[in-house]
Structure formats: C-alpha cells, structure tokens
Ligand binder design. Structure first.
Ligand code: LLP
Length: 409
C-alpha cells in the first residue's frame, strides 16, 4: 500500500473509498494479496508444497477466489467454511479440515465433498469419523493432529501447540491413533499435522516441531504405516509494530531440510494472517473529539465489533489519517461507540490534528478483522471492497438495519 500524502489503496484514495462506500469499510488490495501469495509460494518452491489458505483469517469470497485461482488449497474449520471454500472455487482435493469439535454433520459433509484430509484431534473424533465413513461407505482420509508441546512465545490466546491447550494429541496418543486408523478398513492414513499458534515471527518453534514430526514419521514407517502429508499448520507472523515478519525463506529451508529423508512426503502449510493481514485496512470516520482531565479521545464510527483484535488481544494496529492535516500532533485514544471501555482501536497514539468527518485508516487489518466482526450493540456489519488498480468493487454490502432483525421470530 503506497503511502503518499493522501493514503492510497493501489490507485484509489482512501477518502474516495469512504465517500463512495461509506464507513466503517474494509478495503483490500488485490495486488497486495497476490503478492503475498507469490512470495510464499516462491519461498517454498524448493519442495512441492501445498499452501492451504486458512479461511478463518478472511473468508470473503472475492479474497478466497484470488487464492483459489492462484493455485492455493484451503484450510477450513467448519462446514460453513467448507461451503465457502467450494463456492470460491477451491477444488475439494485441496481442502484440509481442521478443528477439535467437528460435528457428525460436518464429518459427513466433508466426506461427501471429498476433502483431501481431515485433521483428527481426539480418539473419540477418530471413532466418530470411522462410523460416518462406514455408514456412507466412503473411506475417510485421516491426518492426526499432533500436539508437540512447544511454546511459540506468542499471545496466550493464540498459542495452540502446548500440552495444556485443547488442540491435537500427545505423541503416544498419536501413535495409537495412527495404528487404529491403519487397521480400520474405513480409514486411510494421510498425514501428520500440527499447528503451534499464530503470529509467530521466529522459525525455531517450527524446527522443533519438525523434529517431533519426522521422528513420528520414522516410527510409523518401521511399523509399515506410511504418511503422505506433513502439515505444519499456519502461524506465520506479520510486522504489526516493531516485530519482524516471519522469515519465510528460512522457514521453508528448515522444513525442507527436516523432510529431506522423506522425498515422497508432501509438505503442507496453512497460513492465514501472512497472506491477508497487510493487504487490508479498515476505514473509519471521526465522529467527535472529546477531552477529559486525563485523556484526549477521538470517537470514530468503527468499533470493537468491526475489529476486535485490540480489545481481545491488546493488538496494536497502525492508525493513520487518510489525509493528514498540518499542525502539531497530539496523543489520543481512538475509540468506538460501543458501551465498553475495552472498545478501542488504538490507545495513546500520536496523530496529526483531526476533526469530525476526517477519515482514519486502521492498517494491517486484512486478517481476523471482518471475519471476527459481530453485530454487538446492534451495529450492522461493515461493507468490504476489493481494489484493483483504479477500480474498487463492492464485495460485501453493508448490512442494513433490517438485516439485524431478519432472523428473529
Ligand atoms: N491452521 C490452524 C489449525 C489454525 O488454528 C489457524 C489459526 C491457522 C491454521 C491459521 O493461522 P495464521 O496463519 O493465521 O496465524 N484471531 C486471532 C488469531 C487466531 C488464530 C487461530 N488459528 C488473531 O486475531 O490474532
């Protein structure tokens, strides 16, 4: 996203987008989305890798379709995401289904649609899957999600690969599940999966996970159980503030080296944030200014229901005016209209003078922004646009007041 005096999203100014589509508004750059995918694919080119985009980061169909056309697979965690992925054009043979709590209906849907693999996370889930497969007379492709008990040193809410987390199974249990799957005529062993957490900027945790995964692959090979897929999940971090982006070339080299003794095993990754975070921003308008004896506030029309990350994880997103005014910057809290003190987009920010009506942009909001939004306080969800050069296309209309009550009986 080019930063000139006026904030531009490709060839369109942020102010023009706000005027045309209203605020709050999510805007994504097509070029930035494709650029990220290209970079990741290039980094992993030494070894055939299936990059499965984690839809949860941003499941807008227009965004998904770009990745599907570019050759990505999809990582999904619900029947809803499965339908979205298929609607966006991901071939079912490139879809992997993760999650600790897949329902019987979801297992059935996944088998009927013919996904590449289901990442199974418990003995009871494996039994449920075998029962569904037997009933449908369709063998189920199974990967076991390993919990390698590694601390990726990220926010506790987005750490997933530690023994106290609900995800995956421990090594011994994984072995038992593989044996059980190999012995069941309705189950087909596909691979090993693990996912350590999110917003990880260091390659070391993956190197540790690779050790455990390859150890398990060797053990299974000794028992005559062969594995086709090694899936290291997502988690690749981006640079929000001071922190560095995940060195993806180094990651690719590390994983390729670990898998060298296994040339037939296909490497799989499930990145979400890395592909979409930087390509999106949230536009909002200043409603009011207000000062107390302690703080200065800019009250804007976007809130924690639109972008929950600051309130939920204390996340820091850059905030910039669409057209900076001249004058002395001030330190302000940028807050939304929701009735909670946790409703802020940024605290203690140095911003140029702002007035009611000015447009602000919350940057790096393409991941876990709209996809986590809600209607809390009965606020209709924002609109989304995709920018391509000088053209902007509405890819999700703003919800109306009627939409808010349309499901109530
Ligand atoms: N695969 C699995 C099994 C996952 O659980 C996740 C994310 C991903 C892949 C994609 O992770 P990514 O590459 O995006 O880090 N709402 C939080 C992030 C939650 C991530 C949950 N799992 C946030 O806004 O920071």
């Amino acid at each position: 996203m080019a930063m000139t005096k006026r904030l531009m999203i490709e060839g369109v100014s942020a102010e023009a987008l706000a005027r045309r589509f209203g605020t709050p508004l999510y805007a994504y750059s097509k070029a930035a989305l494709l650029d990220r995918f290209g970079r990741l694919r290039k980094a992993f080119r030494a070894r055939p890798t299936l990059i499965c985009y984690a839809l949860k980061a941003n499941s807008n169909r227009a965004v998904c379709r770009l990745f599907a056309r570019a050759g990505a697979g999809a990582d999904i965690v619900s029947g809803g995401e499965l339908e979205r992925a298929l609607a966006a054009g991901f071939p079912s043979g490139r879809i992997v289904f993760s999650g600790v709590g897949k329902t019987v209906q979801e297992l059935e849907l996944a088998l009927r649609r013919g996904v590449l693999t289901l990442n199974v996370e418990s003995p009871e889930e494996l039994a449920a899957l075998a029962a569904v497969a037997r009933r449908l007379k369709r063998p189920a492709p199974v990967s076991i999600r390993l919990n390698p008990d590694i601390d990726p040193k990220t926010h506790p809410h987005i750490t997933t690969g530690r023994a106290e987390n609900k995800f995956g199974v421990e090594r011994g249990e994984a072995l038992r599940l593989f044996r059980r799957a190999a012995a069941d005529r309705w189950l087909r062993v596909k691979g090993i999966q693990c996912h350590l957490g999110s917003q990880i900027t260091d390659t070391r945790p993956y190197a540790l996970a690779a050790k455990t995964v390859t150890g398990l692959i060797s053990q299974l090979a000794k028992e005559g159980i062969s594995v086709e897929l090694a899936d290291f999940g997502g988690g690749l971090g981006v640079a929000y503030q001071g922190d560095r982006e995940h060195p993806v070339e180094k990651l690719a080299a590390t994983l390729a080296a670990a898998l060298r003794p296994w040339p037939r095993v296909r490497l799989l990754m499930e990145p979400g944030r890395y592909l979409v975070a930087d390509a999106g921003l949230l536009l909002t308008r200043v409603l009011y200014r207000k000062s107390t004896s302690r703080r200065r506030f800019l009250i804007v029309d976007a809130a924690m229901n639109d972008l929950g990350r600051p309130a939920l994880y204390g996340a820091w997103h850059p905030i910039v005016p669409a057209r900076p005014r001249r004058g002395t910057p001030a330190t302000v809290d940028v807050v939304g209209p929701i009735c909670e003190s946790g409703d802020f987009l940024g605290r203690a920010r140095r911003l140029p003078p702002c007035e009611a009506g000015d447009v602000l942009a919350v940057l790096k909001a393409g991941a876990y922004g709209f996809s986590m939004s809600s209607q809390y306080n009965s606020r209709p969800r924002a609109a989304e646009v995709l920018v391509n050069g000088t053209k902007a296309r509405l890819v999700r209309r703003r919800e109306s007041l009627a939409d808010l009550v349309s499901h109530e009986l």
